[in-house]
Design a protein around this ligand. Structure first.
Ligand code: UD1
Ligand code: MG
Length: 459
């Protein structure tokens, strides 16, 4: 049987109180609608149709080429949204999954089970349902004495009795494709919200004597529909538990998984140790046996093996094996730290390459620089790379020694094995093997201090 999928993503998400369309709010580093697409791929749909409306272009950009798009100009309800998909799916033989873009936790496995259940039971419609402790806000699954589903009632339309029902509609369904669009011709806006409800097709099928069923999820968490930021944070928490659990199974140690925040596309090798309050974002990769300590925040960073990052921030940079960073270092985008580099406390590195075994231990700014291997950068070194308009490059040759508190005014090249004296302002190239001293000479005025008021002899 051929599968199709309709993803509902036209709504504004009023309850989010946001300029961003609801389905673009992120959970663990990617938007909710992308989570939905990843799960939907498990049923291999021959065609996917996304219904877009509110800020359609933004949603289209995120979803990209994996889907066809249909515009729902006015958001008149979920039933109306699905009607729009007829333009793409009319007359096709097969079964169509309909899923809301705001249910990021539904897994691909559950969608496969739902689709299989639907075909095995030869249903015309199958609803994915779940048992909720607090069903408030969801559509309720109404069953007859024979336990057959007869209809779905929305929260705002539910009688007191119906509100007691804990089985909820997850907003995901499988339908016979042709029968779906026929049934949609019969829905009305005759309800508490004045909307075309997709959920009404269930009652319509039932009245026609068609076979309608429900496949119940074991885990309510999967069904979470995000309508406000409270639910968004809950989705984030559940997703985080899943992600962290998988990493632990793969051999990563967490001191406190509850306070370790890892985006879905982060990859971690075995023996990695993560301390509390570590955040790993984007496409960060961490190599084997590296340790990331408390408070570190990594975004799109590529970290090698046996690296120690202590309470530091690293963005869009490469850190090779056996490097140590921090505490309190900031490695900014387009930096590359080669093997065995040491970057110490209060060091900022930006758009710079640092060669093997080089050390920069304290209170330093390295910007737009190419630094060789075996270099020692003294405490308080500043590369002055910016004149207020343009940025300039600095190179430092292998085994050079930059004295403490050197100010290097770019563009400048410091040769191999060269030394800059502590406290120097370096604004000219330093040839290899040379010592550069760029500071005022010290003058000692002997006996002068005796005349000063603080001198013990004046008191
Ligand atoms: C819907 C279901 C409810 C279910 C819940 C599960 C209906 C009438 N109700 O309610 O039974 O328990 O989901 O989370 O379907 N959308 C459009 N166009 C529209 C309206 C909505 O594309 O005109 C999209 C939204 O962007 C969203 C999805 O459809 O992704 C669901 O809409 P939402 O308003 O969140 O429905 P719920 O009130 O949550
Ligand atoms: Mg919803």
């Amino acid at each position: 049987m051929t599968n199709y999928a309709i993803i509902l993503a036209a709504g504004k998400g009023t309850r989010m109180k946001s300029d961003l369309p609801k389905v673009l709010h992120q959970v663990a580093g990617i938007s909710m609608v992308e989570h939905v697409f990843r799960s939907v791929s498990a049923i291999n749909p021959a065609k996917k149709v996304t219904i877009i409306g509110h800020k359609a272009d933004l949603v289209k950009d995120v979803v990209g080429e994996q889907s066809h798009f249909v515009l729902q100009k006015e958001q008149l309800g979920t039933g109306h949204a699905v009607m729009m998909a007829e333009a793409e799916l009319a007359g096709l033989e097969g079964q169509t999954l309909v899923i809301a873009g705001d249910t990021p936790l539904i897994t691909g496995e559950s969608l496969k089970n739902l689709v299989d259940f639907h075909s095995n039971h030869k249903n015309v419609a199958t609803i994915l349902t779940a048992e909720a402790d607090n069903p408030f806000g969801y559509g309720r699954i109404i069953r007859n004495q024979n336990d057959e589903v007869t209809k779905i009632v929305e929260q705002k339309d539910a009688s007191d009795f119906e509100q007691q029902v804990k089985e909820i509609n997850t907003g995901t369904y499988v339908f016979d494709n042709k029968r779906l669009f026929e049934a949609l011709k019969n829905i009305t806006t005759n309800n508490a919200q004045g909307e075309y409800y997709l959920t009404d097709v269930i009652g319509i099928f039932k009245q026609l004597g068609e076979k309608v069923g429900a496949y119940k999820l074991r885990d309510f968490d999967e069904s979470l529909g995000v309508n406000d930021r409270v639910a968004l944070s809950r989705a984030e928490r559940v997703m985080r538990q899943r992600i962290n659990h998988q990493h632990m199974v793969n051999g990563v140690s967490f001191i406190d998984p509850k306070t370790t925040y890892i985006d879905i596309d982060v990859s971690l090798d075995s023996e990695v140790i993560l301390e509390p309050n570590v955040t790993l974002k984007g496409k960060t990769k961490v190599g084997q046996a590296s340790t990331i300590t408390n408070g570190s925040y990594l975004v799109d960073a590529t970290i090698g093996k046996n690296v120690t990052i202590t309470a530091s921030m690293i963005e869009e940079s490469i850190v090779e094996d056996n490097v140590t960073v921090g505490p309190y270092a900031h490695i900014r985008p387009q930096s590359h730290l080669s093997q065995n580099v040491h970057i110490g406390n209060f060091v900022e590195v930006k758009s710079s390459t640092v060669g093997k075994n080089t050390k920069s231990g304290h209170l330093t700014y390295l910007g737009n620089a190419t630094i060789g291997s075996g270099v020692n950068i003294g405490a308080g070194t500043i590369i002055a790379n910016y004149d207020g308009q343009n940025k300039f490059k600095t190179t430092v040759g292998d085994n050079a020694f930059i004295g403490s508190n050197s100010t290097i005014i770019a563009p400048v090249n410091v040769g191999e094995n060269a030394i800059t004296a502590a406290g120097s302002t370096i604004h000219q190239d330093v040839p290899e093997d040379s010592l550069a001293i760029g500071r005022g000479r010290q003058v000692n005025k002997e006996g002068y201090a005796v005349k000063m008021p603080h001198h013990p002899s004046q008191k």
